[in-house]
Structures are given as structure tokens and as C-alpha cells.
Design a binder for this molecule. Structure first.
Ligand SMILES: Cc1cc2nc3c(=O)[nH]c(=O)nc-3n(C[C@H](O)[C@H](O)[C@H](O)COP(=O)(O)O)c2cc1C
Length: 197
């Protein structure tokens, strides 16, 4: 193998999921591109999002205590990038999408996105430049056409991902395995007396 090199302290897990964050600002929907998101609790479902302190969306979440996460398909790359380039402080982004209401009052849902989720904020953590909002899932919306055998099907949703710091979008590639399954024979070979997981 070649020599391992240290490329510094500005690191990213690749790829990052690409979503659109929805909030309400003074009664008007606002949307921004958001990639810094992950699920952080099994039950209930809690997601953590990291939103820069200067963004209009940050103030909106603090104000209302709610937000939505919308998963755009690859046909929405351009508009997703657009809502990541301009701020709701200066530009009204509310009419870019067909906006729906779900079960929460301040979590605008993007009808064009195959998946939309609504969250109540349960905890807020101020970090040096960003705020970590922990949101508990109130509802998940999709359509039958995005599902196979009762599950949301990534091949039908066609989400896209982001790489940083080269700033490129990527489609999801081919399936390479099955989770909680493909390690089983190795588990049984290496630790035949254990059956956990
Ligand atoms: C691809 C992409 C991903 C982004 N991800 C995030 C993110 O995870 N967190 C964040 O604070 N800003 C992120 N941004 C920047 C915001 O989307 C951008 O600054 C936006 O204009 C803020 O809008 P607002 O002021 O209306 O809230 C991202 C931008 C792009 C283009």
C-alpha cells in the first residue's frame, strides 16, 4: 500500500445526505439546502441537524421549535442548490415549491420531494459556528409510487448525495450488500459461541 497522508482538520464523512430544510419565518415558508443531518436516537426517532447561526432558518427554528426535512430526487438538483445559495433574509423562497401542511404548524412540506418529515425540536446545542437542533419525528410523508413491499425504495426515490470540500452532487450507486446479514458467516466463523446482533 502507498503511504497514508494527513490532509488536515477539515474533515467530512463521504458522502453526505442532501436534504432541504423547511421552516416558517413570520408565517412564510423558507427552505435551505442542508447536508449536515443524521439520525441520533433509535426510539423515538430523533434527528440532529447542524444549522449555521447566521442563517435565516436558524432563527426560524428557534422561533417556532419546528422544522421539516425533505429529500429531493435527482431531478431537483438545481433548485436544491439554489436554496443553498441565497438567504431567506433577502429573498422570498416560499413560492419555489408546492408547499403542504402535515401534522405540525411550522414544518412546511415540499410536495415535489419524494419524502418529507416533520420534527419538533427537543434540544438545542450551541456550537462555535452552528446550532445543533435535535428534532423528534412527528410524521413521515411519501407516496405509494416510491415504495416497494412496504418500504421506501431508494431506487424509486432517487436521492442524491454531496461531497465536500470538492462540492459535488452524486446519484446513489448500485446495491453492494445486505445489512445485518452479510457479516453473519464471518461472525459465525470468528466467534462461533456468540449469537448477539
Ligand atoms: C449543498 C449545500 C449543502 C448545505 N448544507 C448546509 C448545512 O448542512 N448546514 C448549514 O448551516 N448550511 C448549509 N448550506 C448553506 C445554506 O443552505 C445556505 O447558506 C442558505 O442560503 C441559508 O438559507 P437561509 O438563510 O434562508 O436559512 C448548504 C448549502 C449547500 C449548497
Amino acid at each position: 500500500m502507498t503511504e497514508r497522508i494527513n490532509i488536515g482538520r477539515n474533515g467530512f464523512i463521504l458522502p453526505e445526505p442532501q436534504t432541504i430544510l423547511g421552516t416558517m419565518i413570520a408565517g412564510r415558508p423558507n427552505f435551505m439546502a442542508l447536508a449536515w443531518v443524521t439520525r441520533v436516537n433509535y426510539s423515538p426517532c430523533i434527528m440532529a441537524i447542524a444549522v449555521n447561526a447566521g442563517h435565516a432558518s436558524n432563527a426560524a427554528i428557534r422561533d417556532t421549535g419546528q422544522f421539516s426535512l425533505n429529500t429531493p430526487g435527482t431531478d431537483m438538483v438545481e433548485v436544491t442548490d439554489y436554496v443553498g445559495l441565497i438567504s431567506g433574509k433577502r429573498t422570498d423562497k416560499s413560492s419555489l415549491f408546492n408547499v403542504q401542511r402535515g401534522v405540525l404548524q411550522f414544518a412546511p412540506l415540499i410536495d415535489e420531494c419524494p419524502i418529507s418529515m416533520e420534527f419538533d425540536v427537543i434540544q438545542t446545542v450551541d456550537l462555535p459556528t452552528n446550532t445543533l437542533f435535535l428534532g423528534e419525528l412527528a410524521a413521515t410523508w411519501t407516496r405509494e409510487e416510491y415504495m416497494t413491499d412496504g418500504y421506501v425504495d431508494v431506487e424509486k426515490v432517487r436521492p442524491f448525495t454531496l461531497t465536500m470540500p470538492d462540492n459535488r452532487y452524486w446519484a446513489v450507486g448500485a446495491q453492494v450488500g445486505r445489512a445485518w446479514h452479510d457479516g453473519k458467516s464471518l461472525r459465525d466463523t470468528l466467534k462461533p459461541d456468540r449469537s448477539d446482533g
